[in-house]
Ligand binder design. Structure first.
Ligand SMILES: C[S@@+](CC[C@H](N)C(=O)[O-])C[C@H]1O[C@@H](n2cnc3c(N)ncnc32)[C@H](O)[C@@H]1O
Length: 267
């Protein structure tokens, strides 16, 4: 499929902003915490609405420098609105494939973005160039083929999820990108590469279970209409998936685990 198909399918639906806003650096990119110190400079690629980026800016403090880039004008506008109290934090509307700067950063991070790119290796190579010698490239992403539900989710949601993975794959996105990052770092010449599981597990006994596990109903609500338009699922099946999965959450659902790996290396 064309680059345009990938770009169109990667666009965040506007209504997805609340999902991004639930994230913090502590719950959404915690492998960075060990590095973040006052005075550091950080580039956050595909920063979305800047929820994680704001946390990064607080940790590097007023003497640090943080730049978040994202191609979505809507998300960058939202990110700017929430960052006025942090002069060390800037946002720029930019796509990693076209982002030009002479600046290099102590840390370049990129969370949950390469999963939406048809050319993740090109994007990673560009990010690597933006890291200062001695700095870190820190990437976090999913393997969507390894999501786990206990017990199995309803057939209607399994059908929708299968269509979602196919829709992504046919746009050129790598559903298993997390498990391919280490090789991609090696190809770029990085040597000591650290790979840490950063699974997101929600269990029924926790008050966040309904919100966190509902991410798949949200995907069906927000991305689902694109899948219907592109002919991957019928509207009837999309609505049935939401209804059955919400019922699973309210009754038999015990846990849901998203598989993410944090992969990082020093330049
Ligand atoms: C799932 S969101 C992740 C946002 C945030 N990093 C987080 O972890 O919550 C993916 C983001 O990647 C952005 N994105 C898509 N294509 C991109 C590209 N070519 N360059 C940079 N960002 C891109 C989207 O606009 C979206 O904000």
């Amino acid at each position: 499929m064309s680059d345009q198909t990938a770009t169109t399918r990667a666009e965040m639906p506007k209504a997805a902003n609340p999902i991004l806003e639930r994230r913090t650096v502590e719950n959404g990119n915690r492998n960075l915490l060990k590095h973040l110190k006052p005075g550091l400079s950080v580039l956050d690629v595909g920063c979305g609405s800047g929820a994680i980026t704001r946390g990064i800016a607080e940790l590097v403090g007023a003497e640090g420098r943080v730049l978040g880039i994202d191609p979505s004008g809507n998300l960058i506008a939202q990110a700017r609105q929430h960052s006025e109290a942090l002069p060390q934090l800037d946002f720029q509307q930019a796509d990693i494939y076209g982002f030009e700067t002479t600046e290099q950063f102590d840390i370049v991070t990129c969370a949950r973005v390469l999963q939406w790119l048809a050319k993740p290796e090109e994007a990673l190579a560009r990010m690597a160039k933006l890291v200062k010698p001695g700095g870190f490239l820190a990437v976090l992403d999913y393997n969507h083929e390894k999501v786990e539900w206990t017990p199995e989710p309803p057939e209607a949601m399994k059908k929708f999820y299968g269509a979602f993975l196919k829709w992504r794959e046919e746009a050129g996105f790598d559903n298993a990108i997390a498990d391919h990052l280490k090789d991609q770092f090696l190809k770029l010449g990085f040597e000591k590469i650290t790979v840490e599981p950063q699974f997101e597990i929600s269990v029924k006994s926790e008050p966040t279970f309904a919100t966190a596990s509902r991410i798949w109903s949200e995907v069906a609500e927000l991305r689902g209409p694109q899948l219907v338009k592109d002919g991957y699922v019928s509207e009837e099946d999309r609505l049935a998936a939401i209804e059955a999965y919400d019922q699973w959450i309210a009754t038999t659902g015990e846990s849901m685990r998203l598989y993410l790996l944090a992969v990082e290396a020093k330049k």
